[in-house]
Structures are given as C-alpha cells and as structure tokens.
Design a binder for this molecule. Structure first.
Ligand SMILES: NC(=O)c1ccc[n+]([C@@H]2O[C@H](COP(=O)([O-])OP(=O)(O)OC[C@H]3O[C@@H](n4cnc5c(N)ncnc54)[C@H](OP(=O)(O)O)[C@@H]3O)[C@@H](O)[C@H]2O)c1
Length: 324
C-alpha cells in the first residue's frame, strides 16, 4: 500500500542529531554504503552509523581525502567512485559485488550544487548526471547485494531545492539554456522520483526507499557560490559566519537521512519524502512555503517515466524484466 505523505509524529525534530535517532538501535552486523560520507552531513552520518555498530563503506571521488577525513572512525572502509563517470560506478559496484557481501543500507548522499554549466559523459548536465544518474546506476548495479540482505533501505538525499523545478521533460540536459538553480532543482526532484519508483519496484524484495531533505547546513556544498550570493541570500554575514537561524549543525543535518535509513518507526513504509526526522506533508505550491514536497516529485507516473529514461541513458536496470 502507498505510504501517506504526512507526518507520523516521530518525536524527533529539526534539532535532533544522528546520534539521537540511533539511540537504542544496534547496527552490529549491518553494512551501509554512504556516498560522499566523508564531508558535510555525510561524514556525520558515517560517524553515527559506525558508532551504532554498522560497517560503513564510503565510496569517494577523492579516496585520499576521504581516508584522511575518516581517520579515527572505526568500522569504515573507503573505496573509489566518481558518480559522474558510469565506468567508475560500474567498477566500484563490480568490486563490491565480488566481495560477496550484502548491503543493508544505501544513503545516496553525495551531490554537487549550483555549479557553472558542466558536461559529463556523453554531454549530460553535471548536476542531473552526478546527483541522479550516477546514484541510479549505482543502486541498480548494487541491487543483487541490496536485495539479498532482506529489510534493506535506500535513502535518496534530496533538498527543498526540488521546489524550484519539476523534471524538464522537453530539455532534461539543459541544451537550450542553463540555469544553475533550475539544474539543481531538477536533480533534487529526480532524487525523490527515484525513491518513489525504487520503493514500488523493490518492495517485493523487502527493500524500501525514502527521499529526504536534511535541512540547511553550511558545508562545502556551497563551494560554487560566491560570497556575495550567500550574503545576499542571508546565509552568511560579511565575515563568512552563518547568518541564518535556520541553519542546522552537520550532526542535526545528518539526522533525517540516518533516521530514514534505520528507524523502526518506518518499518512497512516507503516511497515518501521526509524532513526534520519525520515524513513531510505536501507543499502548497504557493511559491513561499519552504517545507513539504511538491506533487510533481512524488507522482508515480513521472517516477516511472524517469526510471525508463535513466535506464535508457545509463544502460542499466535491475528490474528490466518487471512488468510493473
Ligand atoms: N548543506 C545543505 O544545506 C543541504 C541542503 C539540502 C540538501 N543537501 C544535500 O545533502 C547532501 C550532502 O550535502 P553536503 O552539504 O554534506 O555537501 P558536501 O559537504 O559538499 O558533500 C558532498 C559530497 O558529495 C561528493 N561528491 C560530489 N561529486 C561527486 C562525484 N562526482 N562522485 C562522488 N562523490 C561526489 C563530495 O566529494 P568531494 O568532496 O570529493 O567533491 C562530497 O563528499 C547532498 O545531496 C545535498 O544536495 C544539503
């Protein structure tokens, strides 16, 4: 049954941390893959999952940087992965599958945001390719290990950025004019639609998928933004300090993805967008409200259409024989 897109009253909130949501949860013997799990909110998710007993695999575009950042955290393994390069995704997945291990949790956490127009692979827009297509290919290639675990969860890290743009079916790759925020918005909508479709397809294998918005957190994600742009947005002051009271700490920013990946409160549920450690409501599409999910991002038909397009572009679909 489709999970309703409204709050369940988890008891956690915007200031809950990843450690808070894992209180009393033992992840010993579980394996988690956290893309980008060595920076920003990702490293806090890695830290918390490992502290709860999980073995955490951190696929990294810059393995040496990841290894240094994660030094001192036990139960962590770094491997190489560039989500903007499908050969790299395939090589990582092949290495992992060859290890014979199962995967209980995947957190598609890595992303780039608002970069100048960049093309990767066969000319794909980099934010759509990295944030969505790379993760799409990764999960599909790792599917034998994910489905083998039983009770697995996949979390797609999205953003309120999705409010900015639906999938631009007539120009997905921005061949007719580029806007860095529309491109981020489309990619973050794609993350939600991916979770909606994966949840429908993976349910029979007892794998559920969720999309989440972590909150606003000052991290290296803002690397492509000029200081003036962040000052004008009210995010930082002239000295580079956080100026907005809505910013979360990285520990709180990682809480929703960790909650979605592990909470028994979500057992039997899936295919929904979460924020502040709870299932979110619908966004009213008034152009002002910055919470909740837009209808176009959880539409099952658009989710299926995006899955088909992603399969065509990447050449991989773990559910190709499915009739749904
Ligand atoms: N921070 C916020 O306010 C905010 C708000 C809403 C949503 N989010 C979402 O939260 C997630 C984490 O963001 P963050 O703020 O923690 O950002 P971050 O600190 O910049 O971390 C992003 C990670 O993604 C990795 N990455 C980027 N391109 C990659 C590629 N081609 N292949 C593999 N890995 C790649 C980065 O690796 P390198 O460091 O090696 O480049 C980094 O480890 C993202 O999905 C973001 O969209 C963040």
């Amino acid at each position: 049954m489709t999970t309703p897109q409204h709050k369940i009253g988890s008891g956690f909130g915007a200031n809950s941390t990843a450690a808070d949501v894992l209180t009393g949860i033992d992840l010993a013997g579980r394996l988690a893959v956290v893309t980008g799990g060595y920076s920003g909110i990702g490293i806090e998710a890695t830290r918390a999952l490992a502290a709860a007993g999980a073995h955490v695999v951190v696929p990294a575009r810059r393995p040496a940087v990841a290894t240094e950042a994660l030094a001192g955290i036990d139960n962590v393994e770094v491997d190489e992965l560039d989500l903007g390069d499908l050969a790299s995704v395939r090589a990582f997945a092949d290495r992992f599958l060859a290890s014979g291990r199962k995967i209980d949790i995947v957190i598609n956490n890595a992303a780039i945001m608002a970069c100048p127009e960049t093309r990767v692979g066969p000319g794909w827009e980099a934010q759509f390719a990295t944030n969505h297509l790379g993760h799409y290919a990764l999960v599909n290639r790792l599917w034998p290990a994910i489905s083998a675990a039983g009770g697995g969860r996949v979390v797609a890290v999205s953003s309120t950025g999705h409010l900015r743009s639906a999938i631009r079916w007539d120009d997905v790759q921005f061949e007719h004019g580029y806007d860095k925020w529309d491109a981020y918005g489309q990619a973050k909508t794609a993350n939600i639609l991916f979770a909606v479709r994966l949840d429908a397809l993976g349910r029979d294998a007892d794998v559920r998928a969720f999309a989440i918005h972590p909150g606003g957190i000052l991290t290296p994600l803002q690397r492509h933004l000029a200081k003036e742009e962040m000052v004008a947005a009210g995010w930082i002051d002239e000295n580079g300090n956080a100026a907005s009271p809505v910013f979360k700490t990285p520990e709180a920013g990682s809480a929703t993805e960790v909650w979605a990946a592990t909470s028994p409160q979500l057992d039997g549920l899936g295919g929904v967008y979460c924020e502040d450690c709870d299932i979110a409501g619908l966004n009213p599409a008034d152009g002002v409200t910055r919470v909740g999910v837009r209808d176009y991002a959880i539409d099952p038909e658009q989710a299926a259409r995006l899955w088909t397009l992603s399969a065509e572009l990447t050449g991989v679909d773990a559910f190709a024989t499915s009739t749904r």
